[in-house]
Design a protein around this ligand. Structure first.
Ligand code: ZN
Ligand code: ZN
Length: 279
């Protein structure tokens, strides 16, 4: 089994999203203590004001993004550049309502992580992935991810199997979606994320998934498919507090990946991913 020497984390939130604690520099400090090589600060990106009024999600405002988030990332980079590589980014959905913001995000920061917490249903309404998706909505989720990955804007796909969090069995609809998502990730060189937060939050879920062997995410059935298809995989904390970086749940995520025989990446080559995009 591969030794679990953890040197990176690409999924880190800050207090600005209103459901996490700590400043960017607090997370960087913790990563330095742990002798990491890379930490990416990737808080939930802001919505447009219009979308924020429709979808009530706790995240930073556009104004906070400009006046607080970006300066805090610059400051963390400057303060710690001798000790660690600090990458700036956001975790953000792919929604056409946000099409006007992506160029700004890409210009301002090093990377975008796709975290698809909402889909647009057939009737045009927004639906949270936590609202228990129907088979048709799972299909929409998968098709949205495929479209998003084609754009080349997203280097990492966070918790790709979140659509199945409440499904007691990872059934054929779940597998069909997994297949589409994994194939798109492989085709467009996007790294799939094993997300430790699903293990951290598993205590809040009431069901035994796949006979009690599984978490809401990471979901073993999904990762078996990802392995078979040769997808690139990274394991991230999805830390919403500085002390969650490499906590027992992160270690459990590494353990799960090791048990499944997954060869995860130690780091993600962000520069080459985005330089391919420019070509
Ligand atoms: Zn969050
Ligand atoms: Zn997320």
């Amino acid at each position: 089994m591969k030794p679990q020497v953890i040197k990176t984390n690409y999924h880190t939130h800050t207090y600005l999203c209103k459901h996490a604690i700590g400043e960017a520099s607090d997370y960087v400090k913790r990563a330095v203590e742990l002798h990491y090589n890379v930490i990416a600060i990737t808080d939930h990106g802001p919505f447009t004001e219009e979308l924020a009024q429709i979808v009530h999600s706790r995240r930073m405002s556009l104004e906070a993004y400009q006046t607080m988030y970006l300066p805090s990332l610059q400051q963390a980079k400057q303060l710690f550049h001798q000790e660690i590589e600090v990458l700036s980014g956001v975790e953000i959905e792919y929604l056409h309502a946000l099409d006007g913001l992506y160029p700004m995000f890409l210009k301002d920061m090093d990377l975008l992580i796709l975290g698809q917490h909402y889909i647009v249903d057939d009737d045009g309404t927004y639906k949270s992935v936590y609202d228990r998706l129907t088979a048709r909505q799972i299909e929409i989720y998968a098709d949205t991810i495929v479209e998003a990955l084609q754009t080349g804007m997203f280097a990492i796909l966070a918790h790709p199997e979140i659509y199945a969090w409440d499904k007691v069995v990872f059934d054929d609809d779940c597998k069909k979606a997994a297949e589409k998502i994994i194939d798109a990730a492989v085709k467009h060189h996007v790294v799939l994320e094993i997300n430790a937060n699903g293990i951290r939050n598993a205590i809040h879920f009431d069901k035994l998934l796949d006979g009690g062997q599984d978490f809401p995410y990471p979901r073993r059935a999904f990762w078996k498919m990802a392995k078979a298809k040769g997808a690139k995989v990274i394991i991230n904390d999805d830390a919403h507090a500085p002390n969650r970086i490499q906590d027992q749940y992160t270690l459990q995520a590494y353990q799960l990946a090791a048990e499944e025989g997954i060869e995860w990446l130690d780091d993600v080559d962000i520069q080459s991913f985005y330089s391919k995009r420019d070509e």
